[in-house]
Design a protein around this ligand. Structure first.
Ligand SMILES: [Zn+2]
Length: 269
């Protein structure tokens, strides 16, 4: 298969994922909200949604390719030396120079750094970012961080990890990219595991996987877990799973097959 043929195939898979995530009844995004991305580790390039494209109505030419190393270089520079208009302009140039599978220039989403960070630090090839109402409701509440201290039920721990990664609010663009980059690095250093769900304060959710369906199933489970948190808050407050219990769900010998079973069930649902 030629490089262009495989890029075209990736575009189709991204379109399929975006349409599922963008379906009205999924309540994950409206209008041009949200985006998803795929990383090809063989070439070091990734495809992400073009700016302004609508997830629920995604087309195969809505995906543009960038070099992961170039985006990470800007993030490394900004994290070490600060977010400046010059570094913001460097990022914008990279986004503006992105190309479709057919080689047409089209600007990449402003939220591209989020996906680049996932590909660089988490060892995943698929990344899905949405603005689900129950997640954003909790992430916009006064005690947002506390609500995401730990998993609330076993299937959340299996699919989304024992502890969500929560990142504080920052302006769109390089600023939020730096905050996500810094907090993801801290999470990895402190916990020694990769986060399964990333909750962005006053903003949204990101989940990952090594297939499009894994990224989507993890989002679906994270959204269910947020609905459960909201329900628990109306019933007197959230009681998280015990830390050891949440961790043992993640560590279970059969956790992988349990996770696969949950994904298969979600696909059938
Ligand atoms: Zn967003």
């Amino acid at each position: 298969m030629s490089a262009q043929e495989s890029a075209t195939l990736v575009s189709k898979e991204l379109t399929d994922l975006a349409r599922k995530a963008g379906a009205a009844d999924a309540d994950l995004v409206i209008l041009a909200e949200g985006n998803c991305a795929y990383f090809d580790s063989a070439t070091g390039r990734f495809a992400v949604k073009a700016s302004g494209a609508v997830m629920g109505n995604a087309q195969n030419d809505d995906w543009v390719w960038l070099d992961l190393g170039n985006v990470i270089d800007v993030l490394d520079d900004a994290l070490s030396n600060g977010v400046t208009p010059e570094r913001e302009a460097r990022l914008n140039t990279l986004l503006a120079d992105a190309v479709t599978a057919e080689g047409q220039k089209r600007k990449a989403s402003i939220e591209t750094p989020l996906h680049a960070i996932a590909f660089h630090l988490l060892g995943v090839s698929w990344s899905l970012h949405t603005h689900p109402t129950p997640v954003v409701a909790l992430a916009s509440s006064k005690k947002a961080r506390e609500h995401f201290e730990r998993a609330v039920f076993p299937e959340e721990a299996v699919m989304c990890g024992a502890e969500p990664l929560f990142t504080p609010y920052a302006d769109p663009g390089l600023a939020v990219g730096c905050v996500i980059y810094e907090h993801t690095k801290k999470y990895l250093a402190q916990k020694g595991v990769t986060p399964g769900q990333m909750v962005l304060a006053n903003h949204g959710l990101a989940t990952f996987g090594n297939s499009a369906s894994e990224a989507l199933s993890t989002t679906q489970m994270a959204v269910k877990a947020s609905r459960i948190r909201l329900g628990a808050l109306t019933a007197g407050g959230i009681e998280f799973m015990p830390a050891a219990g949440a961790q043992s769900m993640v560590n279970r010998q059969d956790a992988k097959s349990h996770r696969q079973q949950l994904m298969d069930d979600l696909k059938k649902a």
